[in-house]
Design a protein around this ligand. Sequence first.
Ligand SMILES: Nc1ncnc2c1ncn2[C@@H]1O[C@H](COP(=O)(O)OP(=O)(O)O)[C@@H](O)[C@H]1O
Ligand SMILES: [Mg+2]
Length: 354
Amino acid sequence: MINLASLFGKASPPLAGLDISTSGVRLVELADAGKGELRLERYAAEPLPRGAVVDGNIENIDQVSDAVRRVWKKSGTRARLVALGMPPAAVITKKIILPAGLSEDQLEVQVESEASQYIPFALDEVSLDFDVIGAAPNSSEDMEVMLAAARREKVEDRVAIAEAAGLTATVMDIESYAARSALERAASAKPGQITALFQLGAQATHMSVLIDGDSVYEREQPFGGTQLTQDIVRAYGLSFEEAEARKKSGDLPENYRADLLTPFLENAALEVTRAIQFFYTSTPYTRIDQLYLAGGCALVPGLVDIIAGRTRIPTAQVTPFQGMQLGAGVREQQLRQEGAAYLVACGLAMRRFG
Ligand SMILES: Nc1ncnc2c1ncn2[C@@H]1O[C@H](COP(=O)(O)OP(=O)(O)O)[C@@H](O)[C@H]1O
Ligand SMILES: [Mg+2]
């Protein structure tokens, strides 16, 4: 069986989390600060040229590995081991029930045969991993096993990028899983609390609904910050790269706010409220207690307020490094501004501690 580089395995230190996204790469290194606390040692980001990563597919390995090399250097880390994430759309996960007490070998055989029923492509094109969750809810003779499968070439592309940058990928996670564990650490939820996390990226927004640590709903919709960048390109005749930079710095003409930003915020709020409505109509759930926003596009000024207003649900940006000690080089104010964009990278970095 081919391993998804120990999707569920534990990692040995020192290991950095490396988030490879459409718009850029982000690196986070955490350390154990003792007494159950973590310390953010360093973090950094480097933008990617347009088209290097599209819909989670690596289109240009050289450009991406160059960016990884740069972000590694810029961060000042010395960790050569990295935890990488797969976009959720590229991974099929499935809970299956198997008889308890199988040997490791029997388990592998069973997993492969079960997997072939759920996976729409040939098994030899697939990286497969599994994790025994525990006893099955309804029968003590059975156990629950989580299957995860991804197209092997997609896993190999990411491993190759790390390698080309002089790094070794020892953990392969799923971005939504990494985000969830980082959120759980940073924001404690009351028992039974229904939490919705919106990760607003460049081209896609991923919604997850979490209850007591379990994900009960996942959905992706084609909406993201690129839309606003394109508006800026068109309105002011800038290159895409220039428009991206100015969107972040806010260095734009006076009519930007009224003509571009406000309509974008309206549109974003509409996307979120529609996604929530769809969640209510397609599941038995009828409320959400807390909304969190993460991803680069969550940094757009005014987004939290408009979404809180339209949904009437308490809304906040995720602060993934909440409660962590900060390493000497970390600038607190900048971290406060950008933290929400590092949710996935933070969750990946947490894999250092199993
Ligand atoms: N400070 C910022 N202000 C506004 N938008 C930002 C900021 N930082 C990043 N973004 C936007 O966030 C999007 C990228 O978010 P990210 O989470 O990296 O997405 P993905 O994982 O889809 O690449 C881009 O549209 C980018 O312009
Ligand atoms: Mg991303």
